[in-house]
Ligand binder design. Structure first.
Ligand SMILES: [Zn+2]
Ligand SMILES: [Zn+2]
Length: 320
């Protein structure tokens, strides 16, 4: 396993190849009672029916992983292997799995359906009402191996390296869902993105790819604003600017924003984004920080409310 900055400062980046005992593997384990983590030797899991065993090549670090450690998110299990942005190769195929073979390069989904709720029983696994989050409800991929639901696998094209593919599982797929599915951004729409960190950076790039114009980034950090411009934003404004609304009006030819994404998740950014919408505009709140309940994590909610001035506020919350 080639571990990237695995968990900087606490778990040293390490190459574990060949070190694991037969039948065991090294894994980062979070212990809920003490809120501590440790690299431990644990049995290599076996894939059940409909599952595959994945030999992990890379696994990203998500802010939600850190939120479990610091107690911001309640633990679902007494012990769990963290990490839900993985890439790797299939090491073993479980019973009943078709279309996949050992050696296939894959990205596992960062969650799996419960197979028991009303939507799952109807075959609507995508809208599972009780989605189980990888690295929270079951073991993740800060380990040499991880077990994944075969239905959630994505094949990695040969020209995409493992280290780039890994973050598709969350840091790219969440923004993709926000831009394409929830925000339904189309060619020529004006888009604003509040908070241009890991998620917001990808919202900027995806909005650009689907043809939004202009794409406006908002952040208080000048270095982050500069990066947003390099990655395709047409404008990058300091969200503390007192003339912000006028600048947005100028940048959009007076139109204001068709779609505003709040990836910062603060009351002030949410209200600012709302204030910059055009009549009929959509506001999409992206990320867990924007919702109170962990139970809403990964759910996509659409709330349609009436906005002062006659526009529709389409507020959506997309999990990270
Ligand atoms: Zn995540
Ligand atoms: Zn379900």
């Amino acid at each position: 396993m080639h571990t990237r900055a695995f968990f900087a400062g606490t778990v040293e980046a390490t190459t574990t190849k060949g070190r694991a005992m037969a039948g065991t593997m090294r894994a980062e384990r979070f212990h809920a009672d003490t809120k501590t983590i440790a690299v431990e030797d644990i049995p290599i899991p076996g894939p059940g029916p409909g599952e595959v065993l994945v030999k992990v090549e890379f696994c990203g670090i998500c802010h939600s992983d850190l939120s479990l450690i610091d107690g911001t998110f309640p633990a679902l299990l007494p012990e769990v292997t963290q990490g839900h942005e993985a890439s790797g190769t299939i090491a073993k195929v479980g019973a009943g799995v078709t279309g996949w073979a050992e050696g296939d390069r894959v990205v596992p989904s960062a969650g799996r359906p419960c197979f028991a709720c009303r939507n799952c029983r109807r075959g609507d696994l995508t809208n599972c009402l009780n989605i189980q989050l990888m690295a929270f409800a079951y073991d993740g991929a800060w380990a040499e191996y991880t077990v994944a639901h075969a239905g959630g696998l994505t094949r990695i094209p040969d020209n995409v390296p493992f280290e780039q593919a890994a973050i598709l599982a969350d840091a790219v797929s969440t923004p993709f869902g926000a831009v394409v599915r929830t925000g339904k951004v189309v060619v020529g729409e004006t888009v604003g993105v509040w908070g241009v960190g890991g998620v917001g950076t990808h919202i900027v790039q995806l909005a650009r790819l689907v043809g939004a114009v202009p794409v406006i980034a908002f952040d208080i950090n000048p270095a982050v604003r500069e990066r947003a411009l390099e990655l395709g934003a047409d404008y990058a404004f300091d969200s503390r600017d007192e003339d912000l609304k006028e600048k947005v009006a100028e940048a959009t030819g007076g139109r204001m924003l068709d779609v505003a994404f709040d990836a910062a998740g603060l009351k002030v950014t949410f209200e600012q984004a709302l204030d910059c919408l055009t009549v009929g505009g959509r506001l999409v709140a992206v990320g867990l920080s924007t919702v109170d309940l962990v139970s809403r994590y990964f759910l996509s909610l659409s709330v349609h409310a009436h906005r002062r001035g006659g526009g529709n506020l389409s507020m959506s919350v997309v999990g990270v």
